[in-house]
Ligand binder design. Structure first.
Ligand SMILES: Nc1ncnc2c1ncn2[C@@H]1O[C@H](COP(=O)(O)OP(=O)(O)OP(=O)(O)O)[C@@H](O)[C@H]1O
Length: 576
């Protein structure tokens, strides 16, 4: 909770103002029974109308001041709540943006979404309520007891027994409720997760006719959430009668003793009325504790969850020796005895990988599924760091570059293209800040998607649905290629990004890409595509088996021969 609470610092002043205004309300509330007692003792008992009027006017005036203070307090409290929540969300977003994949693997997307929305809202609401009314309740209990002693110490003694019992009980409920609320937040994560998977996988669910299965999954998650919420609220609500019982018991004692003392003449009626009034206010404040316990335990659970994310140690960042003026100029890539194991796993995905790619060269990477091609790609922009060995670009280790400079020089087209909600033009321009319309069209033409875009209802201004649902797989691939080309990258990496294209379109695309002065690495399953590269790298089970031109591999690698045979037939491999 500490990290989250530190975000209150910039709001110290409005928070203090809100607190002071609340203190005004509190003081008025504490003074009113005292003045009521005086009104009875000095005015009602003596039947002095002027004194009654005087105290009446004073009390109405104070009540009005408290009312105004309450309104202004509400304004400041909500200002602190909103601003505080805004800052936490901003920091959370920046933190998650800096996460490495290993960091991201620690938290499911749904858990992060719940933190952004539900958890931050809980914290914001509670901060508002603390400044508005929650902090008033305990102060009113303390102030009420003190004032009761000021009015009549003998009658007020009863508070010394009841208040410590109540405070102890409340602290116990608070501790237990905090754990229960943590469980509720985890259940919200789970409901969000199922919901998210269902929304993004709707087509698959319909195609496989798995609606019932998904409904069962959702019902289970939803039921757990409902049960946990019910249990927690029942637990807290059941504390209420205990609190009220103890308080009402003390009220009965005050009335009984007060009555005896009034009869014996040791106490005035006004004092008894004032003490009863304090007891009622203390009881009211204590009854609010249920609500306060809920708010604070919920806030603690949520703040701890947000703290967890904010305190994650980002394991992939700029090295201390990174030179911010260093830029990739040529695109010379070297893998020097590189081995790689995914964080948190033990299996070696790449072993002792060694090869170089010259500036402007086109290298096709070919290998069976799961052989480590994508993993190899991900090491270049430092999406992961190699476990052993070194990757150099332009003869400098990738860690010498700042992550920003390194990644700016790379155009990466991932295996499954991801489009954002927005227009086609915006999706292409996403690859380059302030890209002009001319540049967008140029990149689209080179990516062989311009003609298809022109056939869309609003051409470049056509809205792309979430994740590009209204486009074909091939169209999505080409838009994401255009997005990489518009960067004019020094290194272009295509991860099986032409798999959904027909041969003619693919051929035109590869031809158009020749006009870009960049080193190109392309993962492909198709020999016809690999043949168009300057060299081919054959990878299997994380090891480089061979590297060379198509002809060289055809003569030197039996595995390559087998792949060629499986795609082109035996005759081709023999003829070649
Ligand atoms: N995030 C990850 N965490 C742990 N292991 C992973 C992760 N991603 C991939 N792997 C493992 O690494 C190995 C290589 O995967 P990789 O995606 O690099 O293969 P690939 O050659 O690109 O496969 P494909 O052609 O099917 O895309 C596989 O055994 C895979 O299970």
């Amino acid at each position: 909770m500490k990290t989250v609470l530190a975000f209150l610092k910039p709001y110290k002043l409005p928070a203090v103002v809100a607190f002071l205004l609340m203190l005004i309300e509190l003081t008025v509330e504490l003074m009113l029974p005292f003045f009521l007692g005086k009104m009875i003792n000095e005015g009602v008992v003596n039947q002095d109308i002027d004194t009654i009027m005087m105290w009446g006017v004073i009390m109405i005036g104070l009540a009005f001041i408290a009312f105004i203070a309450g309104i202004i307090n509400s304004f400041y409290s909500s200002h602190v709540g909103w601003g505080f929540a805004h800052d936490i969300r901003k920091k959370l977003f920046a933190k998650i943006q800096a996460f490495s994949f290993a960091n991201l693997n620690q938290y499911p997307t749904s858990g992060l979404m719940t933190r952004f929305t539900n958890d931050v809202r809980q914290i914001q609401n509670t901060i508002y309520m603390i400044l508005r009314i929650m902090s008033k309740a305990p102060l009113l209990v303390i102030g009420g007891v003190i004032m009761a002693f000021v009015v009549n110490a003998r009658l007020a003694l009863i508070f010394l027994i009841t208040v410590p019992i109540l405070v102890g009980f409340i602290l116990w409920v608070l501790k237990r409720a905090s754990g229960l609320f943590n469980k509720i937040q985890n259940s919200i994560d789970k409901v969000n997760r199922v919901m998210q998977e269902n929304l993004s996988g709707m087509r698959l669910i319909k195609a496989f006719s798995r609606r019932n299965h998904e409904e069962t999954r959702f019902t289970e998650a939803n039921k757990t959430l409902a049960n946990r919420t019910r249990y927690t609220f029942r637990f807290i609500e059941s504390s209420m009668p205990v609190l009220l019982f103890v308080m009402n018991l003390s009220l009965i004692f005050i009335i009984w003793f007060g009555n005896l003392q009034t009869i014996s003449g040791t106490t005035s009626v006004g004092d008894v009325v004032a003490i009863i009034n304090y007891a009622m206010r203390v009881a009211m404040s204590i009854s609010m504790f249920t609500f306060i316990i809920m708010g604070i335990s919920r806030m603690k659970a949520s703040a701890d969850r947000v703290d967890q994310v904010l305190n994650v140690d980002v394991d992939l960042k700029d090295h201390d020796e990174a030179d911010s003026s260093l830029r990739v100029k040529q695109g010379f890539i070297t893998f020097d005895h590189v081995s790689f194991i995914y964080p948190g796993t033990t299996k070696s995905v790449l072993s002792n990988v060694r090869f170089s790619v010259n500036p402007g060269e086109r290298l096709a990477v070919i290998g069976s599924t799961g052989s480590g091609k994508t993993s190899l790609f991900q090491l270049i922009p430092r999406l992961y760091d190699a476990t052993e060995g070194e990757i150099r670009i332009d003869h400098r280790p990738t860690t010498d570059y700042t992550l920003d400079n390194l990644r700016r020089s790379i155009g990466y087209v991932p295996q499954s293209p991801l489009l954002f909600t927005g227009t086609v033009a915006e999706n292409i321009a996403w690859g380059k800040e302030h890209a002009s319309t001319k540049e967008i069209i140029h990149a689209a033409k080179d990516a062989q998607i311009h003609d298809a875009i022109m056939e869309l209802d609003n051409q470049y201004q056509t809205k792309v649905g979430q994740k590009g649902v209204n486009l074909s797989g091939g169209q999505k691939q080409r838009i994401s290629i255009a997005r990489a080309l518009i960067r004019n990258p020094k290194i272009l990496m295509l991860d099986d990004s032409t798999s959904a294209l027909d041969l003619t379109t693919e051929s035109k695309l590869l031809h158009a890409m020749e006009s870009y002065e960049c080193t190109t690495l392309l993962i492909t399953q198709k020999i016809s595509t690999a043949m168009r590269a300057d060299r081919i790298l054959l990878i299997d089970e994380g090891k480089v088996l061979a590297i060379g031109t198509h002809e060289e591999l055809l003569h030197s690698s039996s595995l390559y021969q087998r792949i060629v045979t499986s795609q082109f037939g035996k005759e081709y491999a023999n003829v070649e």
